[in-house]
Write a protein that binds this ligand. Structure first.
Ligand SMILES: *[C@@H]1O[C@H](CO)[C@@H](O)[C@H](O)[C@H]1NC(C)=O
Ligand SMILES: *[C@@H]1O[C@H](CO)[C@@H](O)[C@H](O)[C@H]1NC(C)=O
Ligand SMILES: *[C@@H]1O[C@H](CO)[C@@H](O)[C@H](O)[C@H]1NC(C)=O
Ligand SMILES: *[C@@H]1O[C@H](CO)[C@@H](O)[C@H](O)[C@H]1NC(C)=O
Ligand SMILES: *[C@@H]1O[C@H](CO)[C@@H](O)[C@H](O)[C@H]1NC(C)=O
Length: 492
């Protein structure tokens, strides 16, 4: 997505009508919470297991990657640390790159069965460099997505303004069926990145295929996408790139992607894919997607927003505030079974288009409150973590608060290194005492981190107590997110 005036207007229009879809079935919108301060408890059960997490991330496509590459050295380091460092930044683990088709194949043959001529500039607008920087922080997941096939492969002979890939259902062209040529272009891209030391792990060939953007855009139903997947899958296998997962379809919103997923399944291509991918612009999820594949939210942001360090101010649900994103990510990961959650842009000057960090064009580097909401999740819910049951026992009437938020949200994950992280979001007031424990875990130590209106960043929680039996007592302040991390005693 590009923040063209049209796009931003459209985004804003969608967002005004959104709210939090999940609590639609809950009628109580009374704001009042119990002011009796009794201790609530969260108990984690490692034997009740849900989805595996792939990670959290953002995109550097359409300019932000080269903006970061062009920063003065000190600012560049500061920005990269804010994005990828697990002790001073968000600790992101997925980078979404855009496939710039003009860089790979600037000019096509006349006919679809003609010989392709490829090119490569070793930069791809800074995306190669940004990927290599991410690798230095341990990032291993690179999702490459193409917004559109090149103009010469499409029904409208234009990379922008929609149009279809010639050769899919209901899209015939005089120049032939370009599906194989497009699959070959994707293979060429993957090889180019490989030659720069970057192994792309997931590839998508379409972006918001329901929307005719004035920028790179290509229309496709789920059925039409399946027509191409049937060509792309064997092409990757034949090129020795079978380990690269094919994903689909980066729908403009959840309802559109639900429809595309149905069509992919009906066309029999679900086994050829590794993930279903969706954006949230036209609508948020109201529950898990009906698929056996892991689902990623691959692009979302409040497009009209600029940089803000306000964590919570307007009573909940304001997408310029970090607290709102702490809740959005909760709803995506916990209530809707997502395995990854990606913001649109990590960095833009003045935090344009709701980006997480403001940097570039001579300005200072500033992290928005949104970055810290992501950091609360991403730092301690690491790739391959498994979501586990976390049961809340409380006297707080967990009624719906403003904008349909529950007062308390809680979740837990077992990381591959054996640590267990627990998330607590307190959407209400006042500050609440909690005890948190993990069943049948021999706890060696516990740490906890806080973000709230007076702690914009990630701050250690003070005044905690860990009992001999491994139960942590702490206070979760009003309108805050707290993450607890339990480290097990070594089994040596
Ligand atoms: C919230 O609910 C309580 C008890 O049901 C009621 O007394 C109070 O007036 C309600 N408050 C609002 C703002 O609706
Ligand atoms: C992350 O930040 C810490 C603290 O400043 C620093 O010691 C570490 O080297 C950084 N990690 C990377 C990969 O740069
Ligand atoms: C290429 O396609 C055209 C029609 O689109 C056909 O006439 C021609 O024979 C094809 N050439 C080869 C070598 O298959
Ligand atoms: C990329 O994959 C190749 C082949 O599987 C492997 O040898 C190489 O170490 C990988 N590189 C990175 C950076 O993961
Ligand atoms: C959650 O996603 C996983 C894949 O990550 C899938 O196997 C499982 O069936 C999904 N659960 C629900 C309730 O949709």
């Amino acid at each position: 997505m590009l923040p063209s005036a049209t796009r931003a207007a459209l985004g804003a229009q969608f967002i005004l009508t959104l709210g939090f879809g999940l609590a639609a079935s809950i009628s109580n919108s009374n704001d009042t919470v119990d002011s009796t301060i009794s201790t609530s408890s969260i108990t984690v059960d490692l034997s009740t297991r849900y989805q595996t997490i792939d990670g959290f991330g953002f995109s550097g496509y359409f300019g932000p990657a080269s903006t970061i590459e062009g920063l003065p050295a000190a600012q560049q380091k500061q920005t990269l640390d804010l994005l990828f460092n697990t002790t001073t930044g968000a600790g992101f683990t997925i980078l979404r790159n855009g496939i710039t088709v003009d860089v790979i194949q600037p000019k096509g043959p006349t006919l679809a069965n003609g010989t392709a001529t490829y090119a490569w500039d070793h930069s791809d607008s800074g995306q190669v460099w940004l990927s290599q920087q991410a690798q230095k922080y341990g990032v291993k997941r690179f999702f490459a997505d193409s917004w559109s096939a090149p103009a010469f492969m499409k029904t409208n002979d234009n990379e922008d303004e929609g149009g279809y890939l010639c050769g899919v259902t209901d899209a015939t062209c005089k120049t032939g069926d370009w599906r194989q040529a497009y699959a070959d272009l994707v293979v060429q891209y993957l090889k180019d990145y490989q030659s720069e030391g970057i192994n792309v792990t997931e590839v998508g060939f379409i972006n918001e295929p329901e929307y005719e953007g004035s920028y790179d855009s290509m229309l496709s139903s789920g059925t039409q996408a399946a027509d191409f997947i049937k060509v792309l899958h064997p092409t990757l296998q034949a090129a020795g790139l079978g380990q690269v997962g094919i994903v689909c379809c980066d729908g403009i919103g959840w309802p559109e992607q639900v429809q595309s997923t149905k069509e992919l399944i009906a066309a029999g291509v679900e086994p050829l894919l590794t993930h279903i991918t969706s954006h949230f612009y036209s609508g948020l999820p109201s529950g898990p997607m009906d698929t056996t594949l892991p689902v990623w939210q691959t692009e979302y942001a409040l497009l009209k927003a600029t940089y803000s360090d306000v964590w919570y101010k307007n009573g909940g649900g304001d997408e310029t505030e970090g607290m709102t994103w702490a809740n959005l990510i909760f709803q995506g990961i916990v209530q809707c079974n997502l395995s990854a959650y990606l913001h649109l842009w990590g960095v833009q000057a003045s935090g344009a288009a709701g980006s997480l960090i403001s940097a570039g064009f001579g300005g200072p580097v500033e992290a928005s409150s949104l970055l810290w909401a992501y950091a609360q999740w991403s730092r301690h819910v690491r790739p391959a973590a498994v979501r586990v049951e976390a049961t809340l026992t409380t006297t707080i009437p967990n009624v719906v608060s403003k904008r349909d938020l529950y007062v308390i949200y809680n979740s837990a994950f077992e990381n591959p290194d054996g640590t267990v992280s627990v998330q607590i979001i307190n959407n209400g007031a006042p500050d609440r005492p909690f005890t948190v424990g993990v069943d049948s875990m021999d706890v060696e130590s516990a740490q906890a981190w806080l973000t709230d209106s007076s702690h914009i960043g990630i701050f250690a929680v003070n005044g905690m107590a860990l009992s001999k039996s491994g139960i942590l007592s702490l206070t979760v302040p009003t309108q805050s997110m707290v993450t607890v991390l339990f480290t097990p005693a070594s089994k040596a």
